[in-house]
Design a protein around this ligand. Sequence first.
Ligand code: FAD
Length: 274
Amino acid sequence: MKVTEAFKKGKPTLSFEFFPPKSRDQEKKLFEVIAQLKKFDPDFVSVTYGAMGTTREKTFFWVNEIKHKYGLEPVAHLTCVASTGDDISRQLEELEKMGVENILALRGDPPEGQAGFIPPANGFKLAKELISFIKKRKPSFCLGCAGFPEGHPGAPSLTADTDYLKQKIDAGAEYVITQLFFDNRYYFDFVKRCGKAGIKVPIIPGLMPITNLKQIKRITEVCGATIPGDLKIGAEHTLSQARELLKIGVPGLHFFVMNQAEPISSILTQVFPR
Ligand code: FAD
């Protein structure tokens, strides 16, 4: 089922994001985490795509498991990093054969140690180019894209950032999943900016519970999200964010699970109106 179908159900969507683990132990754990979180009946489950295309096989492995072993709807992340147009075409064929209908189309982050994004030869330098390419090659895929409530760190201004997002929607993205944020005001302002720019697609807030301060600092350094001074480890902060967002009437909640069933389980048992 396409993600866009889930928005028609008349209730907020629920989705989870996993990353493909590196070790056997972590893989074993992820099988358990997916089984534990399946009981919350997510509308879709996305799998990240790592630096330099190194996780392509693993991303596709988990996407396939999620679809065929767990019977959940997968969203495969695809990036412009280290892929030519021909590589992307092959990946689209592979996903289509698996029965995957949803792709989150991204530019991708440069690999660790590399300062900026280097567009591959015969590839794409922006997510909007990847989106246009997929729309042309395989229009049946339902495409999502990334949005940045605090602005992408590489964008010259919030206005430019919103214009760039509009270009991704015009190229064919049908919904937005946001980067994590810890203060809902960033999301509310972002949605307002998007509305003014003529962006009408659902904008799903991305939430990440704080389980490890060091990890959060590393992630926010890359994505530019602000850490509030009074942020505490645990589910409480995300729980109150989720409560407020649902009250205001967001189209869905997307959780960056970091491959841990807790604290997502404890948040969902308290807030999600299933
Ligand atoms: P783009 O929209 O192409 O933007 C890239 C840069 O170019 C930005 O600085 C933007 O301001 C600028 N830009 C955009 N359009 C224009 C234009 N027309 N003219 C000039 N400049 C422009 N990364 C991964 O590597 N793998 C993943 O699986 C992954 N999953 C993610 C999931 C979510 C929900 C989110 C929010 C992010 C994810 N990322 C992932 C991170 C993402 O790849 C990075 O944030 C990346 O730096 C930007 O990707 P984008 O798709 O937004 O790129």
